[in-house]
Design a protein around this ligand. Structure first.
Ligand SMILES: Cc1cc2nc3c(=O)[nH]c(=O)nc-3n(C[C@H](O)[C@H](O)[C@H](O)COP(=O)(O)OP(=O)(O)OC[C@H]3O[C@@H](n4cnc5c(N)ncnc54)[C@H](O)[C@@H]3O)c2cc1C
Length: 440
């Protein structure tokens, strides 16, 4: 175990843990955790560092699972697969494809690890589809004394509801069992549409398409509609030159150039945003699901995302757009609007309700806090639940009433990590102190 400086994807969360463990197998992981805990360190498992919050920041022990990143077992008939915790989604989905299987739904990118993504309730979009964590039907989790709890169904329903979305606060997951689905293809159509049409029609659009999301741009009256359907049509990815223009030149280089202009001249954000939407164009592609769901994101930004009751989505987005214009916020990044089906993980942002998501972004190096705080105030009025991996300013006191499963999650925490080994400042802020910390 060595010490090493760490920073997240956006470069805004940093730390130098006292020790870094890089286990190659579960027995080593158990030993590393027990040793770190015995030495008085707190322990944080690391995914691929794509959370914008300080979820992974620690001066204790980092557990880097990049060497526990393989598919362990595949049962093609049932779709059940066992996967090591550190496997990145892009490798997992490529491996599943070879077995004729796929994840039912995915988010915008696939660089996260399976355990890091599920720990924060990472989601894609689609009113009939739940977030990634809902595919977890079994788990192996290493506790502070180095013991291993194996959770499976039937029998461990309650603990699995806690472990699916744990923010890393219950122990270090070494392996997950996932329910996957037969591989499928998607047809994705992106096209510019008037913002009013997107917002007025959002619920209907979300209902008729398998996966629907849109980007609306502050200060502009045009947004981007992204509608994706399951299809039996053969794969028809766009030619390489078009992918380069759409994905590289516009989505990454173009957005980067406009973002840098916005950072230099924040008071000109309205003109920059209006110029940016003029570059939006229609794009259509059909490909294997994992190649359609995920895109590359090279422009660095920070983000806040709130889950709210779905039926109030247009009202909420309009309130954010109005606030940006009223306060003349210097932002050129769009607002992203998505949906998911309800699920039953205690800390899932979609627990027990039809959900829509409002995500706001700010380019690195630009002030985000005044903007995000005002968005958060609006979302508070909609009973918003913040994404655990994205910026927010809530505390355990403000979050507890928003989660019907809060007490059940805390009971699982008392059972699995009573002394608070798997904690850090973020966990203390958003989940409160561990049971032993309150009685000490
Ligand atoms: C460019 C970009 C695009 C994104 N797109 C989306 C999106 O489309 N949808 C969405 O919902 N989110 C999205 N996110 C957010 C991202 O999916 C989450 O923050 C996710 O948690 C990051 O996964 P990770 O592997 O990097 O985990 P990390 O950020 O490294 O860790 C996240 C949490 O998981 C815990 N953890 C990691 N491994 C384990 C383990 N083995 N056992 C126990 N706990 C563990 C960590 O301790 C931490 O609390 C995006 C983020 C970025 C930067």
């Amino acid at each position: 175990m060595t010490s090493q400086a760490w920073s997240n994807w956006a470069g805004q969360q940093q730390c130098t843990p006292a020790v870094v463990a890089r286990p190659r197998h579960e027995a080593q992981l158990a030993l590393d955790v027990a040793q770190a805990a015995a030495a008085g360190h707190t322990v944080r498992a690391l995914g691929s560092g794509h959370s914008f919050t300080d979820a992974c920041v620690t001066d204790g022990c980092h557990v880097d699972l990049s060497q526990m990143a393989e598919l362990v077992d595949v049962d093609r008939a049932s779709g059940l697969v066992r996967v090591q915790a550190g496997m990145p989604l892009h490798r997992l989905t490529a491996a599943l494809q070879l077995h004729g299987l796929a994840l039912e739904n995915q988010g915008d990118i696939d660089r996260q690890t399976i355990s890091g993504a599920t720990a924060t309730a990472t989601h894609g979009t689609g009113t009939r589809f739940r977030n990634l964590s809902s595919g977890i039907v079994g788990a192996r989790i290493v506790l502070a004394d180095g013991s291993i709890r194996e959770l499976s169904l039937p029998g461990d329903e309650e603990l699995l509801r806690a472990v699916r979305v744990s923010v890393g606060a219950l122990g270090v997951i070494s392996e997950l069992t996932l329910q996957t689905v037969p591989a499928f293809r998607l047809r994705k159509i992106e096209e510019p549409r008037p913002t009013d049409e997107l917002l007025d029609g959002y619920l209907e659009l979300a209902a008729v398409h398998d996966h629907f999301e849109c980007y609306v741009f502050p200060y502009a009256d045009t947004g981007l509609s992204i509608a994706t359907e399951r299809t039996d049509d053969p794969a028809a990815p766009p030619p390489r030159w078009r992918t380069w223009i759409v994905d590289d030149l516009l989505a990454n280089h173009g957005l980067g150039a406009f973002s840098r202009a916005g950072r230099r001249w924040p008071h000109r954000a309205p003109e920059i945003s209006r110029a940016l939407v003029r570059l939006l164009s229609r794009d259509e592609r059909i490909d294997h699901s994992h190649l359609v769901y995920a895109s590359e994101r090279r422009v660095r930004f920070t983000e806040m995302e709130y889950a709210i009751p779905r039926e109030r989505i247009s009202e909420a987005v309009r309130a954010v757009l109005a606030m940006i214009e009223r306060e003349r916020i210097g932002v050129t990044f769009p607002i992203e609007v998505r949906t998911t089906a309800p699920d039953d993980a205690y800390l899932s942002t979609a627990e027990g309700r039809d959900t829509a998501y409002v995500a706001v972004h700010q380019f690195v190096g630009m002030p985000y806090e005044p903007y995000f705080r005002q968005v958060e105030a609006i979302m508070d009025g909609f009973g918003g639940r913040p994404h655990w991996g994205k910026r927010h300013f809530q505390t355990a006191a403000t979050l507890a009433p928003r989660y019907p499963g809060w007490t059940a999650f805390q009971a699982a925490r008392a059972e699995l990590d009573p002394t608070g080994v798997f904690t850090n400042d973020y966990v203390r802020r958003v989940l409160g102190p561990a049971p032993a910390e309150t009685t000490a």
